[in-house]
Design a protein around this ligand. Structure first.
Ligand code: KG4
Ligand code: ZN
Length: 333
């Protein structure tokens, strides 16, 4: 069964074709560059850019998959969470397509999409495990019991971890979006140069907090001279990254241990971070717990994950109504 996935919740216009919820036949992503000079996503510009691009991206996805529109059985689109104007573009495009082509329609939760990304191009079905969803907008620790069955273990109480990466990158003059830049620059720095705090790192719950860490980096940076900044920027980046990674790894690994699961999955843009993956592998080498994270292109926003989640949702509960509306603050459970 072929599903066409559509994702427009933020600043990526993405369309993909996925077979049986797992095999990615095409995965086209247009990352909008219009926002770079503003240092963050401008919602109105993002919606307009989605409108301008979506038809072309959809055609490219079908062509890349070698599929005709008539072969698509299900059209799945993100309905939330995200920027409402952006969501509406993809959602309405999908509804129009489904209606015109007499195809089924699935309105998908973006966060469920991120979790489902872990099972793309894999043979194993979605079983019980602990999943860490870390992006520019979200930081969630979830117990997944199977597709569609989630228990929220913890979430950020302030900034999302990706937001902290982006803000620190901006402070250090690395530009936007900054997560990948901090990741790369940290290769040249000493992660133990500065001992930044690990807020809530040892708290008994599974919640997170990144705003204090961001402030600590900012206070440290402001106290440096121009020369000191130039000489230590890589150390600051690496030390910040180490603190963020420490918090994420320790809480997630503790959750896996306490819940007795044997798999941890990672998703969302920050899951592409190389130091994070390395730290998880190190920590888990002493435990009987496996780690799975999608390749980088499936960690950041994409439509293959929406097609996968749409497929499994359709199998579980049938098609969505065409009256299903966008929900900018849609929750997971
Ligand atoms: O999942 P995503 O593409 O969009 C959201 O749903 O937010 O995630 C984007 C976030 C940004 O904050 C970006 O800086 C961060 O993921 N990111 C990274 C890396 N690549 C992207 N953060 C740390 N290390 C990376 N390699
Ligand atoms: Zn996302």
């Amino acid at each position: 069964m072929l599903t066409l996935g559509i994702e427009t919740s933020c600043d990526e216009t993405a369309v993909a074709v996925v077979e049986d919820g797992a095999r990615v036949l095409s995965n086209v992503i247009l990352s909008q560059t219009e926002h770079t000079r503003f240092g963050g996503v401008v919602p109105e510009i993002a919606s307009r850019a989605h409108v301008a691009a979506i038809t072309q991206i959809c055609e490219e996805a079908l062509e890349g998959a070698g599929a005709a529109l008539s072969e698509i059985e299900l059209v799945a689109a993100t309905r939330g969470p995200g920027l409402v104007g952006c969501l509406l573009v993809g959602l309405n495009f999908a509804k129009g397509l489904a209606l015109a082509g007499n195809m089924d329609f699935a309105a998908v939760n973006h966060l469920e999409g991120h979790i489902a990304a872990n099972f793309l191009n894999q043979k194993s079905p979605i079983g019980r495990h602990v999943s860490l969803v870390i992006s520019g907008g979200h930081t969630l620790l979830v117990e997944v019991r199977g597709f569609g069955e989630y228990r929220l273990l913890g979430r950020t109480r302030d900034d999302a971890v990706g937001e902290a990466f982006d803000k620190v990158a901006k402070l250090l003059g690395l530009g936007y979006p900054g997560g990948a830049k901090i990741d790369r620059l940290s290769d040249d720095g000493d992660p133990s140069a500065i001992r930044f705090p690990r807020p809530m790192g040892k708290s008994a719950d599974y919640d997170f907090s990144f705003s204090g860490l961001k402030t600590a980096v900012s206070l440290h940076w402001r106290a440096l001279s121009e020369v000191e900044r130039r000489e230590t920027v890589a150390d600051v980046a690496a030390s910040f990254q180490e603190a963020a990674v420490d918090i994420l790894v320790s809480k997630t690994v503790r959750a896996a241990r306490e819940l007795g699961v044997s798999l941890i999955t990672l998703s969302g843009g920050v899951a592409a971070n190389r130091r994070l993956r390395e730290a998880f592998i190190d920590e888990l080498s002493r435990m009987n717990v496996a780690l799975h994270a999608p390749e980088a292109k499936l960690c950041t926003d994409n439509a293959a994950m929406i097609a996968a989640a749409g497929h499994f949702q359709f199998l579980r509960q049938g098609p969505s109504s065409l009256n299903e509306d966008a929900d900018p603050s849609l929750r997971l459970a």
